[in-house]
Design a protein around this ligand. Structure first.
Ligand code: SAM
Length: 244
């Protein structure tokens, strides 16, 4: 019997995803991490969890800076690739963010580049935040890097077409039942495929409610990777820093 898969169980394993987001690279990750570390000031002995780490671009840079880093991701393919970075400072595990990974263990838990809000049921988002909170030591920091819903909704009409590595992408965005839906039509040679990204439009207020429910206190909210202050109309990102 064919088993149903959610979009996020397949899309991130494709070479189309890698091509479309190839500009989201190690360089971007390093610059963002440098700024975040300057802000958070973790001790050199800090333990850090990168939730939904993908192929480990942030985790590797953090380990290179001397922190003890663990990366987890649902995708076995991503984790297998990230494992090539493993050494005494860094390890990777296939793991679903809904489930707590280690209890009261991490100084920082990071969730970067819109790796949240994929679940169909809202309660699964809360469950994920609960797991993040449980994984933090008292006083530890949670950082969630999400999109700014207002900004995305204001730019929904801008359809996009581009060719990357001989792959033609036609992208349209819509707002459906509380989700930002990105339809990605692909043409590569004779092949035609359609993928979707469906991410719940979680507002700043909703994140604050999740944090409240999990006894996390919001410390700061940034609006982009340069860590400028969040502006609900103009910021592209919603980068929330909360403390246990
Ligand atoms: C947009 S990518 C970002 C990856 C990485 N954070 C980066 O910045 O390159 C989202 C990642 O979330 C992972 N993911 C999706 N659902 C997950 C879940 N329930 N638990 C853990 N990881 C998940 C995907 O496999 C994918 O690698």
């Amino acid at each position: 019997m064919a088993s149903h898969k959610y979009w996020f169980e397949t899309w991130f394993n494709t070479h189309y995803y890698d091509a479309l987001y190839q500009h989201r690279d190690e360089n971007e990750a390093a610059q963002f991490i440098d700024r975040l570390i300057t802000y958070l000031q973790p001790e050199q002995a800090a333990t850090i969890l990168d939730v939904a780490c993908g192929k480990g671009r942030h985790a590797k840079y953090l380990a290179d800076k001397g922190f003890t880093v663990t990366g987890i991701d649902l995708s076995y393919k991503n984790i297998r690739e990230a494992m090539s970075y493993e050494n005494e400072k860094i390890s990777f595990f296939q793991h679903d963010m809904q489930n707590i990974f280690r209890i009261n263990y991490f100084d920082c838990i990071f969730n970067f580049f819109t790796s949240f809000g994929y679940f169909v049921n809202k309660k699964d988002n809360l469950q994920s935040i609960r797991s993040f909170a449980g994984g933090l030591k008292p006083g530890g920091f949670l950082v969630i890097d999400f999109f700014n819903v207002n900004h995305v909704l204001d730019h929904l009409v801008e359809d996009e077409s581009k060719t990357i590595d001989a792959i033609q992408f036609n992208i349209t965005k819509s707002f459906e039942d509380g989700f930002i839906v990105k339809k990605i039509e692909i043409a590569e040679g004779d092949k035609r495929e359609i993928f979707y990204e469906k991410v719940r439009a979680i507002t700043k207020q909703e994140f604050e409610n999740y944090f409240d429910a999990c006894n996390l206190k919001v410390k700061q909210i940034f609006g982009d990777y340069k860590l400028n202050t969040f502006n609900s109309a103009s910021s592209e990102r919603l980068i929330l820093i909360a403390q246990k």
